[in-house]
Ligand binder design. Structure first.
Ligand SMILES: [Zn+2]
Length: 462
């Protein structure tokens, strides 16, 4: 039953022997015994039967250093291993958790306290990562212990380490079968339904932000551009969102207000890219991007242009009238069946009001096999007993509560933000495992902090 993508981890298997010491900057090094005990890398494919029979599912990670809440735990220290990627606003490294030898990802959130805007953005992302509870959405496993507030400049978040992402998979030579595509698309939409149910717009859905393991488990990541849905249509929203190839027509046309449909458009583009193994709309500029979209969908009706900015509307109306040419989608690949193209055409709708929602897309028959495969041997919500599989009651759960961002209104200064974030991290850690920190004296850490944030060039903006 399990689908596999590639034989081994794309990441190295190098383990660091990490010395446990109090890594709080002012205290320096005080060496205690080495705590390493490498187990299987976090991304090692797990056979479904190894997932255990409990309803909770998931292989329990031994936590030898968990202390009762009454004891004051001394922090364990971790060293960065190697860089594994660059998000919209941060660097991600592979590290070994000294508490259990498990490989995890460490994300540094830089320039947090540069100004109030960056402070709010990072706090929002941090709160989101701690809020998420969904198997197809990357969440925070831990946050490194912050130093005293006077020295508090950067935030380090630990997440599960994934082996690759969909961009790397698509450009690789390995085969991508219809089964792969179905199970990926199912998980993307499953994660997206959860995000949208929490009132969150991702705003940068692209293959590189869809992490995958060799067992085809997929998680949506990078919430650097995510925000809460804006219910008031008169409130203006930034146009500086979504990597250009995956940018919805309403954003390209300068609409001042948009909703969750922009994420569904991006998923449609990715669906076509999985089928054809090339970027669907690969333009050099936003104007050309819009032209490529109308080449495929045809000239949109006037009703779809009502929210467009003057320049974009004039550009479309000035051009020749184009008929739709959706039949070319059948030529993407052999996998572009009638069912596949039907769903694709429901996602790639010019007018966001008429575009299918993430939740409704999950009900499309094309995804039935992906759902079955996911819940038969990949998920953590169903489990096997000797007589068969016990399925969960809710295959595509929504968030229990919406994500709240009301705290942002009371955030008025960088210093106040610093205090708030410091308190948030400290409270988040209370009663949990031994806190983790970084030894600022280590060579690996020095390399880590000297790493410049990714250049804007990486992102395809206007
Ligand atoms: Zn399940």
């Amino acid at each position: 039953c399990p689908l596999y993508l590639f034989p081994g981890s794309e990441l190295g298997h190098k383990y660091f022997c990490v010395n446990s010491s109090c890594g709080v900057p002012s205290t320096g090094l005080s060496a205690t015994p080495c705590l390493t005990g490498p187990t299987a890398p976090a991304g090692t494919p797990r056979h479904p039967t190894a997932m255990g029979g409990s309803t909770g599912g998931g292989a329990a990670v031994p936590q030898p250093y968990s202390n009762p809440a009454s004891e004051v735990p001394s922090p364990a220290e971790m060293e960065p291993d190697r860089p594994i990627g660059y998000g919209a606003f941060g660097v991600v490294w592979s590290v070994t958790d000294p508490r259990d030898g498990r490989k995890v990802a460490l994300k540094k959130m830089p320039n947090v306290f540069q100004n109030l805007v960056s402070c709010k953005r990072v706090f929002r992302e941090l709160r989101m990562l701690c809020f998420f509870k969904h198997d197809n959405v990357l969440s925070a496993l831990d946050i490194l212990q912050p130093p005293q507030i006077d020295c508090f400049e950067e935030i380090y978040v630990i997440t599960e380490l994934m082996q690759s992402d969909l961009h790397k998979v698509i450009v690789s030579p390995q085969p991508l079968t219809t089964d792969h595509i179905k199970v990926f698309l199912y998980q993307i939409l499953r994660g997206l339904k959860y995000l949208h149910s929490a009132g969150i717009l991702h705003r940068d859905i692209k293959p590189g932000n869809l992490l995958v393991n060799s067992n085809c488990l997929l998680k949506i990541c990078d919430f650097g551009l995510a925000r809460v849905e804006e219910p008031d249509p008169t409130r203006h929203m930034t146009q500086e969102v979504v990597t250009q190839y995956y940018r919805a027509p309403e954003v390209l046309m300068g609409c001042r207000h948009y909703g969750s449909a922009i994420d569904v458009w991006s998923v449609g583009c990715i669906f076509a890219e999985l089928l054809g193994r090339r970027i669907l709309f690969q333009a050099q500029s936003p104007i050309q991007q819009l032209d490529l979209i109308t080449d495929l969908l045809g000239t949109p009706p006037l009703s779809a242009l009502s929210a467009a900015c003057e320049g974009a509307r004039a550009h479309i109306l000035r051009g020749p009238h184009k008929p739709p040419s959706l039949s070319v989608l059948y030529m993407l690949s052999d996998g572009a069946t009638h069912e596949a193209v039907h769903l694709l055409c429901r996602m790639l709708v010019f007018d966001p009001a008429k575009r299918i929602s993430g939740s409704d897309a999950l009900s499309h028959p094309y995804l039935d096999e992906g759902r079955l495969r996911y819940h038969t041997c990949m998920c953590q919500c169903c489990y096997s007993v000797p007589s068969g599989r016990v399925y969960t009651r809710d295959f595509e759960p929504v968030a229990e509560v919406p994500f709240s961002h009301s705290y942002e209104n009371s955030l008025l200064s960088v210093w106040q933000g610093k205090e708030l974030i410091h308190r948030f991290i400290t409270e988040h850690q209370q009663g949990k495992r031994v806190p983790l920190c970084i030894n600022p004296q280590s060579a690996a850490f020095k390399t880590f902090i000297s790493r410049a944030p990714p250049r804007r060039l990486v992102r395809l903006r206007i």
